[in-house]
Design a protein around this ligand. Structure first.
Ligand code: SF4
Length: 341
């Protein structure tokens, strides 16, 4: 099995490698202390807590096999929020790896991984829909552009804001990679959840319980009596200020901010009023983002990420005394509300 397969386990070649190795999933999960099963649990639980797939296992075979086991776990938990959050986490991790594995001119790969934009386009059947331009950018056939950008929340992805020539939409290299990230998420989510044979499910009761424990983690507060922006943690206050100042926040920072606002009970209208009621672009982004976070029954589909992940993103700033006592921005908010601050 190649290192590429472990880094991108949803690639067709990775699936073929698992098939070629004739791994029997029922036998694998029946092994006591099987590292691929442990890593699969980590993959799914970290997706729920940090929206990434966690630290990869040092053994490529274990890392690769943990992916199909993780899909089995997601299917057994059979919860729409888990399925969506897991697919986003796999796509987020893969996107970071793509950025790391592609070198400057896309002709070679780094880290001994044979990856190029051409290979990605081929993997996702986009070769006929994406053309490189003389200026070093790309253009994407409008139908695929619309399909892949439909879940991207920045209003700049909307077609009326783009130029359209001969049925193609010009995009930068970074935008093309963002569209490929959407393709990865689509690939991961495809077919989930599926029916798991009893012979496999019977060996995974404890692992399913571990995932469900994270879902019902009583430590993470998700219900609050009031919305009080002055009690927000410093990280969220800083993101609010940057958004208010018109800073171009990365997607993950917007996601953290909007997820936090929605979880503490802010409506889209309140969030718009707090950030910038006069900027229609910001308003559109907030309304769209918070709308996407809501489940059909009005809950918030994705809780905000932990302090550890905020730190990884570079968004944990201006820490104060309360920060030293908590590990999640929601816990910070709960503490400040309880103290009447
Ligand atoms: S420690 Fe947590 S709550 Fe405090 S600023 Fe950092 S991410 Fe926010």
């Amino acid at each position: 099995m190649e290192r590429l397969h472990a880094r991108y386990p949803f690639f067709t070649a990775a699936r073929d490698a698992v098939d070629a190795a004739a791994v029997d999933l029922a036998e694998l999960v029946a092994q006591p202390d099987e590292p691929a099963v442990d890593r699969a649990v980590d993959r799914v639980t970290t997706a729920l807590t940090d929206h990434t797939t966690g630290r990869p296992h040092r053994d490529a075979r274990t890392e690769l096999l943990s992916y199909p086991v993780a899909r089995v776990l997601v299917s057994l938990v059979d919860d729409a929020v888990v399925t969506r959050t897991y697919a986003i986490a796999e796509a987020t991790t893969a996107h970071e790896r793509v950025l790391s594995d592609l070198d400057g001119d896309d002709l070679k790969s780094t880290r001994g991984v044979d990856l190029s934009i051409d290979r990605l386009l081929d993997e996702f059947d986009l070769v006929d829909d994406v053309e490189e331009t003389a200026a070093g950018g790309y253009r994407v056939a409008v139908a695929r552009y619309l399909q892949l950008s439909s879940d991207l929340d920045d209003p700049d992805w909307r077609l009326p804001r783009r130029s359209l020539t001969d049925g193609f939409v010009p995009v930068t290299r970074g935008e093309l990679l963002a569209l490929l990230r959407a393709a990865i998420e689509e690939r991961v989510a495809a077919g989930l959840p599926f029916t798991v044979p009893d012979g496999i499910a019977a060996h995974l009761d404890d692992e399913v319980a571990q995932v469900e424990d994270v879902l019902s983690d009583p430590v993470l507060p998700t219900s609050f009596d009031e919305v009080r922006p002055e009690s927000f943690p410093p990280c969220m206050t800083a993101l609010l200020e940057r958004a208010r100042d018109g800073a171009d926040l990365p997607d993950h920072s917007w996601f953290s901010l909007l997820s936090f606002c929605a979880t503490v009970g802010m409506s889209a209208e309140e969030a718009v009023a707090t950030v910038d009621p006069d900027d229609p672009v910001v308003a559109e982004r907030i309304e769209y983002g918070i709308g996407k976070l809501a489940t059909a029954d009005g809950d918030v589909a994705y809780p905000p990420v932990s302090c550890a992940t905020m730190e990884n993103y570079g968004d944990c700033v201006n820490k104060d005394d309360v920060c030293a006592t908590i590990s999640h921005p929601l816990s910070y908010y709960e503490t400040r509300l309880a103290d009447g601050d």
